[in-house]
Design a protein around this ligand. Structure first.
Ligand SMILES: Cc1ncc(COP(=O)(O)O)c(C=O)c1O
Length: 422
């Protein structure tokens, strides 16, 4: 990584707007260009220009508004209520049983916080523990770390799913919540939610379904005829669910939903404080000041797309999935493993270093994240337009990388998250 410039100081005189914008445009030359379909997972590209234009217009209208005090902005409050109600309707809970958060990690943080509050208030567990498959998103580990909760992970089977028996064996006296993903990030595979939730209910535990990824695609995936096992709050025993608006909800960044089976659970998420001279302070999520554009943008995204728009974009993702899978199949030396449930999957390169294949793909303009066991692909609607190119470039990249008997099957590098300055 090149040396970063850390010499900036506040300019004595402000830089003129034109000059500044020109400078920004020049600096952005090295940024990931997602518009051409060469980016994965960081941006969900709907490929719908009218949708994009609308999001810009809505963000513009709410640029400076602050959702910290929703009563000052009734329009924003109503949008937030609408988002929760629409999510509740889609995923099967009451219209007042959730909140809009800033992203998947924050929704998961809230669910873990609620599990801690519930464990202490209703289960007589002072130091709760959470059980999750090893494939659960790192946001669970982060939330547990921040909230001083023990996270115990269990391995998944060859198909990428957690076996409920393994979770059952790991349940102990401090276990407060079980986790299942719909779908998980590394493999795009849906855990057996009904079995995990039944196990949780049978033992008096909470059960969170992480549908940050799948929440806004699975309902439409199923309606288009794809096999989708039960996964949401309609499943008995599921007590909370996270679903990201800024992923397959096609909103811009900073919007997610966390929903609960009951308002009693949601209450553990709320914070009230009046032991200072500044009046009563109340917040529904860990955030204080909350930017309005993500809320308004997510509301506009759902309203503008409607069911018909979601079905159309989901169909695009299906076409992209089919095209990518066909290209990978045709390329000599790559496999998709394990078999995914959605348009998110891992590509393995048996006998070849997948890091080296990833480098060869990078050289051709692709930007695939490396996992320990393979390359990560996450498809957006726009990717249907580049599926053929992907297959051809993968075939060429594989041809570039020699077969080695001792090619590592696991790599130590993973580039999905990062810290500025490291
Ligand atoms: C399954 C899953 N859960 C949680 C998250 C975290 O979401 P965010 O990056 O919005 O915090 C992701 C992100 O990709 C995810 O795929």
């Amino acid at each position: 990584m090149s040396e970063r410039d850390r010499s900036a100081t506040l300019p004595t005189e402000g830089v003129p707007a034109d000059e500044l914008l020109a400078r920004i445009d020049a600096a952005r030359a090295d940024d990931l260009d997602w518009r051409g379909g060469r980016a994965f997972s960081l941006v969900y590209n709907s490929g719908d220009e009218a949708h994009e234009t609308l999001l810009h217009a809505v963000a513009d209208r709410y640029l400076h508004e602050n959702a910290l005090n929703p009563f000052r902005y009734p329009s924003l409050l109503q949008m937030e209520l609408d988002l929760v109600a629409m999510g509740a309707d889609l995923f099967g809970t009451g219209p007042d049983c959730g909140a809009v958060t800033a992203g998947g990690s924050m929704s998961i943080f809230c669910a873990v916080q609620v599990a801690r509050g519930h464990a202490r208030a209703a289960m007589d567990i002072a130091e709760p523990q959470i059980l999750a498959p090893i494939t659960a998103h790192p946001a669970f580990a982060k939330a547990c770390d921040l909230l001083d909760i023990e996270l115990v992970t269990v391995p998944v089977e060859a198909d990428g799913r957690v076996a409920p028996d393994r979770l059952a064996d790991a349940i102990g006296p401090r276990t407060a919540m079980l986790v299942a993903s719909a779908a998980n990030y590394p493999f795009g595979v849906i855990d057996p939610v009904a079995d995990v939730a039944a196990l949780a209910a049978g033992r008096g535990l909470l059960c969170h379904v992480d549908a940050c990824l799948g929440g806004f695609i699975l309902p439409f995936w199923e309606r288009l005829g794809e096999p989708v096992p039960p996964w949401d709050l309609r499943v008995e025993g599921v007590t909370s669910l996270s679903a990201d608006l800024h992923k397959y909800g096609y909103a811009f960044k900073g919007a997610s939903l966390v929903l609960y089976r009951s308002r009693d659970l949601l209450r553990h998420q709320h914070f009230w404080y009046d032991s200072w001279p500044g009046g009563l302070y109340a917040s529904s999520t860990p955030a204080g000041t909350r930017p309005a554009p993500p809320i308004a943008g997510a509301w506009a995204a759902l309203m503008h797309l409607g069911e018909a728009g979601f079905l159309r974009l989901t169909q695009d993702v299906r076409v992209a999935r089919d095209g990518f899978l066909a290209g990978i199949d045709a390329a000599d030396g790559a496999e998709v493993s394990p078999t995914p449930d959605i348009g998110v999957f891992q590509v393995t390169t048996p006998g070849r270093s997948h890091d080296a294949v990833g480098d060869a793909m990078d050289a051709r303009g692709w930007n695939l994240d490396r996992q320990q066991g393979g390359l990560h692909v996450m498809l957006s609607p726009y990717h249907r337009q580049v599926a053929d190119r992907f297959g051809a470039d993968l075939a060429d990249s594989l041809a570039d990388v020699p077969l080695t008997a001792d090619a590592p099957t696991e790599s130590s590098v993973s580039t999905y998250g990062g810290i500025a300055g490291t």
